[in-house]
Design a protein around this ligand. Structure first.
Ligand code: KDG
Ligand code: MG
Length: 413
């Protein structure tokens, strides 16, 4: 069975997605997600100009060989663009292999280790009352674990906090914003003040715990905004509220920063949504500086490489919490769910539901019930791309916001 055609699809049903579609000589179609938020066309070009010509005529069943060929063969290793492109090829080949076998992908990864993947949803509010409403909304939907983000007094709109929801409304938060300034797409700029944030957050968790009790797993995302000592302070201040995890406390590229947080606190730590290989975790895993790996199949070289990373983490008692925001397409989400179901050291899965428009273009078979996600039992990944529907949504540049401090300095996030 050979790869006969390879096409890159760019579509924007509410937000931008890049999808690789491989078709074999037997007519089997495999899909892979290659979406890198705000840099979509770079991956589309990497695939179209540099990868697709290499794929045609290759043995579609040789997944490991193709992974090594693309990773080692490029000379330039790692990086989000390269690794998302390799991931798309890898996932499409796994999709093909599972369809050829007539099995849902998780069966080829070792079979189910659990009934479903515990999911966490995002709740947020500009005030504590609005946050409570958002948490209640999520509990009504069946979520059994909740990420808590809030506005900070004195700051306006901040990253990760949605417009306040009314009861029963979908939690509609899209991290990447379409913002035209004199015809040019520019990132929105937001004001950020870490000191105000650090003063505010412990009180929010105290209020949430007293309203919702001690049992509800609560998560919080620091979006890389703290220095190591600030992060250590926050992790320590949040200890009484027993978080499931504190995510991205410090800028992710500095692995040793996590040592300082660890020295001061037992709050569990998660990091890695912007990592793209197992090598980015080497110090974090071997020194046991984290508790959860946050990588996504889409951004970490696909199932082949992420499985390797997960097994490495498992040797050190570290669990998974794969990245699952709206910029992971339904194809990437399905790939994560198959892995979640099969691996032993699963921890939790992030689940930010896609919009109805996105789900008209990507037809999925995964489901969410009673707090658990399941990839479904269709052969392969269980996702179809409706190319006619996709063609109606033209690529529109959209970017994550830029943070500036009160004096105008560009800030980490
Ligand atoms: O591309 C950026 C988003 O995926 C990211 O900011 C969302 O932090 C995020 C999360 O934890 O989902
Ligand atoms: Mg995050």
């Amino acid at each position: 069975m050979k790869i006969e055609s390879a096409e890159v699809n760019v579509t924007s049903p509410g937000r931008n997605f890049v999808t690789l579609k491989l078709t074999t000589s037997d007519g089997i179609v495999g899909l892979g997600d290659a979406t890198v938020n705000g840099r979509e066309l770079a991956v589309a070009s990497y695939l179209t100009d540099h990868v697709v010509p290499l794929l045609l005529g290759r043995d579609a069943s040789a997944i490991e060989d193709t992974w090594q060929y693309l990773y080692r063969g490029a000379y330039w290793r790692r990086g989000p663009v390269t690794m998302a492109a390799i991931a798309a090829v890898d996932v499409a080949l796994w999709d093909i292999k599972a369809k050829a076998a007539g099995l849902p992908l998780y069966q080829l990864l070792g079979g189910a280790s659990r009934r479903g993947a515990l999911a966490y949803g995002h709740a947020s509010g500009s005030s504590t009352e609005a946050l409570f409403d958002s948490i209640r909304n999520h509990l009504d939907l069946g979520f059994k674990a909740i990420r808590v983000q809030t506005g900070v007094p004195g700051l306006g709109q901040i990253y990760g906090v949605a417009t306040d929801q009314k009861a029963g409304q979908r939690y509609d938060y899209e991290p990447a914003k379409r913002n035209l300034v004199a015809g040019r797409p520019l990132p929105v700029e937001e004001i950020w003040d870490t000191a105000a944030y650090l003063r505010h957050i412990p009180g929010v968790f105290e209020a949430v715990r007293s309203e919702f009790g001690p049992d509800l797993p609560l998560l919080h995302d620091g979006h890389h905004r703290m220095t190591p000592i600030q992060a250590a302070r926050l992790a320590k201040d949040l200890e009484p509220y027993r978080l499931f995890w504190l995510e991205d406390a410090t800028p992710a590229e500095d692995q040793t920063a996590l040592r300082l947080i660890r020295q001061h606190s037992t709050t569990p730590l998660a990091i890695g949504e912007i990592f793209n290989t197992a090598f980015d975790y080497q110090t974090l895993i071997t020194e046991r500086l984290i508790d959860y790996v946050r990588s996504a199949v889409t951004h970490t070289g696909g199932i082949t490489h992420l499985k390797r990373l997960v097994e490495f983490a498992g040797l050190y008692g570290i669990r998974t919490g794969f990245h699952g925001p709206t910029d992971i397409s339904p194809v990437g989400m399905a790939a994560a769910l198959h892995l979640d179901l099969a691996i032993h050291n699963f921890g939790i899965q992030e689940y930010m539901q896609h919009s109805a428009t996105t789900l008209e273009v990507f037809r999925t078979s995964y489901s969410f019930a009673d707090g658990l996600l399941h990839p479904g039992d269709n052969p392969g990944l269980g996702v179809d791309l409706d190319e006619e529907a996709a063609a109606q949504f033209e690529y529109t540049p959209a970017y994550l916001p830029i943070n500036r401090t009160l004096d105008g300095t560009v800030h980490d996030w």
